[in-house]
Design a binder for this molecule. Structure first.
Ligand code: SAM
Length: 495
């Protein structure tokens, strides 16, 4: 029986057929074959996420669908939107956990799910209403990646499509969902896995291929799958005990966490909402990835030639995570930190984060800050692609554009150049990114060494006893190796 016949509603209305092609092991000629989420048709006005109760759809799935709609239509962040949708529906416990699993899972697998839709439909993805496409993505994720009963996934998907105002497309959705359920997950994935080792790894770990290429240039192909898979694992919450305010041991006791492996200021929590913890509410501790703590500390620990006069600079400070940490160390060392940030709202965040600390915030472009040269220590925590923090935002991997990297690399080089002009002879510049992409890391540093006669120092000792930091003088951290974001830093001196 063809999926059309079994769909109980779908009718092919033209010779070309309007909806699901039978699952015949071949794809429509005109389908885009690139592996990535499709660009769906624009939503019709008033057809966004339904806020009313949807008949035939339980509340966790309603919350997941509403989040998905906001992410795909309004470019909202899934991890910020979902908590609102859960609260709006009074969801907690197992219901909230289920909603979270299917929302984050769907967002992480967008490109893979769209490949399945393409394989089941003779419509171009671009021609499928976004309300329908999101319902299909959510439904297919449940069928292929969870233990949800297939009929529950099919029924709720069709009901979501009906409730979204696309009544006429219920049959289309039904046909696609039934086509998906007829084939086991393993077969689907085998059938859709693209040729070529790199493309296959990217597909299996649900990443665009260009990100797999980027990681493999640094880590090699042997470890690539593990490195990419780590982007889909929930990170521990990392807290930083603000130096001089509370020790990591005290913080661990106060929060029920445990002290970190590498940062002497770090504490790990298994979960929960850290904003509710007393030490965080009172500002004694901050939520901060351990890698960021280590970079902030490295700025202060790196040896300088001659006396450290206590003139320190953070050239890209917003929103102020590292500035607060460095500011707290500056207070202990009777030093002072200048913090530069061009974006007004981010400069405000730096002021708030550093309140009470010896930190002066300057709203300026780091390339032309107007500050007087002669700093002992300068941090360039450069704006970057953020490829090192994909685990923090489930949809992020599909939103990033490789085309942005050359522009970022130019800006990064210009900021590093400015830092090398602002540091005094014998002082240190720490250049860091939350990206492992070599165009933003080694290539920027090597260009500074080549064109600006900067010298690079060995940075590994500054994060001891952290192992496996790469073969260069710089430090490259990885989630799967160190439990941190994939942060990079190098230590430089002016030529
Ligand atoms: C990676 S973030 C810094 C994170 C920060 N150090 C922290 O730990 O919270 C990069 C920052 O650089 C800022 N930025 C962008 N262009 C800049 C420029 N031309 N000069 C200085 N900062 C810039 C961005 O607004 C952003 O706040």
């Amino acid at each position: 029986m063809s999926p059309t016949a079994s769909s109980g509603g779908f009718r092919s209305r033209s010779k070309k057929g309007r909806a699901a092609s039978a699952h015949r092991g071949q794809r429509p000629q005109d389908a885009h074959r690139q592996h990535g989420p499709g660009r769906a048709r624009t939503s019709r006005p008033g057809r966004g996420a339904p806020t009313r109760d949807i008949r035939g759809v339980d509340k966790p799935r309603q919350a997941a669908y509403a989040t998905l709609r906001k992410v795909t239509d309004d470019a909202a962040y899934g991890n910020l939107t979902l908590p609102h949708e859960l609260r709006a529906r009074n969801l907690s416990g197992r219901d909230a956990a289920f909603a979270t699993e299917i929302t984050y899972g769907t967002l992480r697998h967008l490109g893979v799910l769209d490949e399945v839709v393409r394989a089941c439909s003779n419509r171009l993805l671009e021609n499928i209403a976004p309300e329908v496409l999101d319902a299909l993505r959510l439904g297919i994720y449940q069928v292929l990646f969870t233990r949800v009963e297939p009929h529950a996934a099919v029924d709720t998907t069709v009901n979501l499509v009906g409730a979204s105002g696309e009544q006429k497309l219920k049959g289309f959705a039904n046909a696609i969902m039934r086509t998906v359920t007829r084939t086991p997950k393993k077969t689907w994935l085998e059938k859709l896995t693209p040729a070529g080792e790199m493309a296959a790894i990217a597909f299996r770990t649900a990443h665009p291929k260009w990100i797999a290429d980027s990681f493999s240039r640094v880590i090699g192909i042997g470890e690539l799958e593990v490195a990419l898979a780590a982007d889909s694992e929930r990170p521990l919450v990392h807290l930083a005990a603000l130096p001089g305010e509370i020790t990591a041991e005290e913080l661990a006791l106060a929060t029920g966490g445990r002290t970190a492996r590498y940062s002497p200021y770090g504490v790990y929590l298994d979960g929960g909402d850290p904003a509710r913890l007393e030490p965080v509410k009172s500002g004694l501790a901050r939520v901060q990835d351990e890698g960021s703590q280590l970079i902030a500390r490295a700025l202060v620990e790196a040896p300088v030639e001659g006396e450290d006069a206590g003139r320190w600079l953070d050239l890209c400070a917003g929103p102020g995570g590292k500035a607060a940490f460095i500011g707290a160390l500056a207070r202990m060392e009777q030093a002072h930190l200048d913090a530069v940030e061009p974006a007004a709202h981010r400069a405000k965040l730096v002021e708030t984060a550093c309140a009470g600390l010896p930190v002066t915030v300057h709203r300026a472009d780091g390339r032309a800050s107007g500050l007087e040269a002669g700093f002992d220590r300068v941090l360039v925590d450069a704006p970057c692609s953020g490829l090192g923090a994909l685990r923090r935002r489930p949809e992020a991997r599909w939103r990033k554009q490789e085309a942005d990297i050359p522009g970022l690399a130019s800006l990064q080089f210009e900021l590093l150049k400015a830092a090398l002009e602002l540091v005094r002879p014998g002082g240190v510049v720490v250049y860091s990114t939350c990206s492992p992409d070599v165009r933003e890391t080694r290539q920027v540093v090597e260009r500074a060494v080549r064109e600006l006669a900067a010298t690079e120092e060995d940075a590994h000792g500054l994060v001891a006893p952290m192992p496996d930091l790469g073969h260069e003088k710089s430090v490259q951290m990885w989630p799967h190796r160190h439990g941190t974001d994939a942060m990079f830093f190098a230590v430089l001196r002016r030529g």
